[in-house]
Design a protein around this ligand. Structure first.
Ligand code: HEC
Ligand code: HEC
Length: 512
C-alpha cells in the first residue's frame, strides 16, 4: 500500500475522527474507559507522518483498508489528539523535513546500535509512549522481524534483554506519552497561519528568491490556500500556489506548485517566524530551507540576500522586513544604491554597486532604530570555502524509483588575522568531481556514476541496473570527490566533500 501525503483538506471534526477510529480500528483495538480511547492507539503520540506510517503498516500486515479521504481524516484526528508538542518535535525537524545526509548521535550508550541501524533513531525519538507500550513495540520487532537477533549488532548480545531492560526504561522515562509540554500545547492559544508573509530561500540550481505569500482559510478542517508571488534575484518571476493542512496546531504540510513544479512544503508554525523546507517528494535531496516572515507591527529589518557583496561588482540585494523604505535605509560604507527595483513594506529589491576599494567586513543595515547586524558583508576575496554536506549519498534511479541527486552547497568565509571569520553565504564557485580513491579511478566511477553540474553543485546520478560497459557488469555506483573552487579570484581556494553514488532505496517512508 502506497503512503499518502496527508496534505489535502480533511473535513472531519474530532467527533467524526473518533467515529473513524471506531469504524476502522476498534475491531482489533479495544475501546477503553473514557471517550476516544483505544488499546495501543491511546498509549502513544506521534507526528502526522508517524500516524500515516502506522496506518500503512496496519494495511500491509493486518489487512486494514482505509480509503484515501478517510485515511487523511484519521491521520488528522490522530495527529491532533495524539501529536507531539513543538518542543518535542524540535530536535528532529531535519528528519521531518526529510533532509538526507545527516549523521545522528544520541545520549544513550547503546541506542545507536540497538535501534538506529535499520531506520533512523529520529523515527523513534519522534514518538511518545507509555513504558508498557515501548515494551510492546520491542516485542513486535522480534516477533515480526525474526532475523533481527542474528544480525550484526544483535548476535553479539542478548538483544531482547538489552532492549527490554535497558532501552525500554530509558524511552519510558525520556519519551513518555504524558508530558508537561504536551499538556501545555493542548491548552495553548491556537496558531492562526493566515496572513501576509515574505518567504525566502535558495533553490538548488535556480538561485535565491523572495516572494510574497498570502495564506487564507480554505474549506475543510484546518485547511489553507496559499499564493506565492515573487522573484529570483536574477530578475525572473516566481509564481505559485498551494493547499495546506495544519496538523497538531502547527505542523504545516502543503502541496505547492512553484514555478510549475510540484513540491511539498513542511513548516513549523509554532515559531514566531515559521521556517522549514520545500522539497521534491520524488527526489528529497532537491530541497531548500525556507523562512516565512509575517508582517510585524514595527519597522524591522530581518534578513538580506545575498549575504556577501563583492567589492567592485553590481548586485541585486533583497532586504526583507516590515515598514521598509529605500530612502531611509542605510546599507553601509562603500555600498551605493543605484536603483530601487522594488519597494514594498516587506521587501526592497535594490540594485547596489560596491566600491572597488571598499573595506571588506560586516555592514550594518539601518533604518531609523531598526538595524540588522552581522548578516551582510562586503568581500574582496574568499579565504575559505565550506561544502555541505561534507559526506553525501546519491542514488542511481529508474522510472519506479527515481534517482536521488547529490545536492551540494558552499559557504564562503572571509578570514582576517585575529578576527572572527565572516560568513558570506553562497559565493560563486566551479564544481567538479574526481575519483575518491584508486579503486574509484580504476573502475572509472567519474565516467559512469553521473554528471556534476559545474555551476550549481547538483550531481545527477546515472540510470539504475547492470551496465555491460563496466567491470563485472556492475551498476553505476561510484565513490567520488566533490570539489568547489572559488570563481573569479587569482588565489586558489577550494574545499572537498565525498559523494557515494549507490543503488536505490526501495522502501521510502516519509520518516526514514
Ligand atoms: C485486523 C486487526 C487490526 C486492525 C483493524 C487495526 N489494527 Fe492496529 N494493530 C493490530 C495488531 C495485531 C497490532 C500489534 C502488532 C503490530 O504492531 O503490528 C497493532 C498495532 C497497532 C499500533 C501499535 C503499533 C506500534 O507501533 O507499536 C497502533 C498505533 C495501531 N495498531 C493503530 C491502528 C489504527 C489507527 C487502526 C485503524 C486505522 C488499526 N490499528 C487497525 C491489528 C489491527
Ligand atoms: C532489524 C531492523 C530493526 C531494528 C534493529 C529496529 N527496528 Fe524499529 N522498525 C523496523 C521496521 C522494519 C519497522 C517497520 C517499518 C515501517 O513500518 O516502515 C520498524 C518500525 C519502528 C517504529 C515505528 C512503529 C510505528 O508504527 O509507529 C518504531 C517507533 C521503532 N521501529 C522503534 C525501534 C526501537 C525502539 C528499536 C530498538 C529497540 C528498533 N526500532 C530497532 C526495523 C528495526
Amino acid at each position: 500500500m502506497a503512503l499518502v501525503l496527508c496534505v489535502l483538506p480533511a473535513s472531519g471534526m474530532a467527533a467524526e475522527g473518533a467515529q473513524l477510529v471506531d469504524r476502522y480500528c476498534s475491531g482489533c483495538h479495544q475501546p477503553q474507559a473514557g471517550e476516544g480511547s483505544w488499546s495501543r492507539i491511546s498509549a502513544q503520540r506521534k507526528t502526522p507522518e508517524g500516524w500515516d506510517m502506522t496506518i500503512a503498516r496496519m494495511g500491509i500486515m493486518h489487512g486494514v483498508q482505509v480509503p484515501g479521504e478517510d485515511r487523511r481524516e484519521l491521520v488528522k484526528y490522530l495527529a491532533d489528539s495524539r501529536g507531539l508538542a513543538p518542543q518535542e518535535s524540535a530536535p528532529e525537524r531535519a528528519l521531518i523535513e526529510r533532509r538526507l545526509n545527516r549523521v545522528e548521535s544520541f545520549d544513550h550508550p547503546t541506542f545507536q546500535q540497538m535501534c538506529a541501524r535499520c531506520h533512523t533513531g529520529g523515527r523513534v525519538l519522534l514518538q511518545r509512549r507509555t513504558e508498557e507500550d515501548w515494551a510492546k513495540l520491542v516485542n513486535f520487532h522480534v516477533g515480526q522481524y525474526q532475523t533481527l537477533e542474528f544480525q550484526s549488532n544483535a548476535r553479539d548480545r542478548d538483544w531482547l534483554g538489552v532492549a527490554l531492560n535497558d532501552i525500554v526504561p530509558w524511552l519510558g522515562d525520556n519519551f513518555s506519552v504524558q508530558t508537561d509540554a504536551w499538556e501545555a500545547w493542548q491548552q495553548a492559544t491556537p496558531v492562526d497561519p493566515t496572513g501576509h508573509f515574505q518567504m525566502w530561500g535558495s533553490w538548488p540550481g535556480q538561485g535565491a528568491f523572495v516572494a510574497a505569500v498570502d495564506i487564507e482559510a480554505a474549506e475543510g478542517d484546518d485547511a489553507y490556500r496559499m499564493t506565492v508571488d515573487g522573484h529570483f534575484l536574477d530578475g525572473r518571476d516566481l509564481q505559485g500556489q498551494g493547499m495546506a493542512t495544519l496538523f497538531t496546531g502547527y505542523e504545516w504540510r502543503a502541496q505547492l506548485t512553484l514555478d510549475g513544479q510540484s513540491l511539498l512544503q513542511v513548516l513549523d508554525f509554532s515559531q514566531d517566524i515559521p521556517s522549514g523546507r520545500v522539497l521534491d517528494a520524488d527526489d528529497e535531496a532537491m530541497g531548500m530551507p525556507v523562512t516565512l516572515l509575517p508582517e510585524a507591527q514595527e519597522t524591522a529589518i530581518e534578513a538580506v540576500l545575498p549575504r556577501g557583496l563583492k567589492a567592485g561588482e553590481r548586485t541585486t540585494l533583497a532586504v526583507i522586513g516590515t515598514g521598509l523604505d529605500a530612502d531611509a535605509l542605510e546599507v553601509g560604507e562603500g555600498v551605493e544604491v543605484i536603483e530601487v527595483l522594488k519597494q514594498e513594506s516587506g521587501l526592497l529589491l535594490l540594485e547596489v554597486a560596491v566600491d572597488g576599494s571598499a573595506t571588506p567586513g560586516w555592514r550594518t543595515l539601518r533604518q531609523g532604530d531598526a538595524t540588522l547586524e552581522r548578516e551582510l558583508a562586503v568581500y574582496d576575496r574568499v579565504d575559505r570555502l565550506e561544502i555541505s554536506p561534507d559526506f553525501a549519498v546519491a542514488r542511481v534511479g529508474a522510472e519506479q524509483t527515481p534517482a536521488v541527486s547529490g545536492v551540494f552547497r558552499v559557504e564562503g568565509y572571509l578570514e582576517a588575522e585575529g578576527q572572527q571569520p565572516i560568513a558570506l553565504g553562497e559565493v560563486p564557485v566551479n564544481w567538479s568531481v574526481s575519483p575518491w580513491d584508486e579503486t574509484a579511478e580504476q573502475d572509472g566511477d567519474v565516467t559512469f556514476a553521473g554528471v556534476m553540474d559545474k555551476a550549481s553543485g547538483i550531481f545527477s546520478p546515472s540510470g539504475a541496473g547492470p551496465n555491460p560497459e563496466r567491470k563485472y557488469d556492475t551498476n553505476n555506483a561510484g565513490n567520488l570527490r566533490v570539489s568547489a573552487t572559488a570563481r573569479g579570484q587569482s588565489e586558489a581556494v577550494s574545499d572537498d566533500a565525498q559523494l557515494i553514488v549507490t543503488v536505490q532505496r526501495w522502501n521510502n517512508p516519509p520518516l526514514r
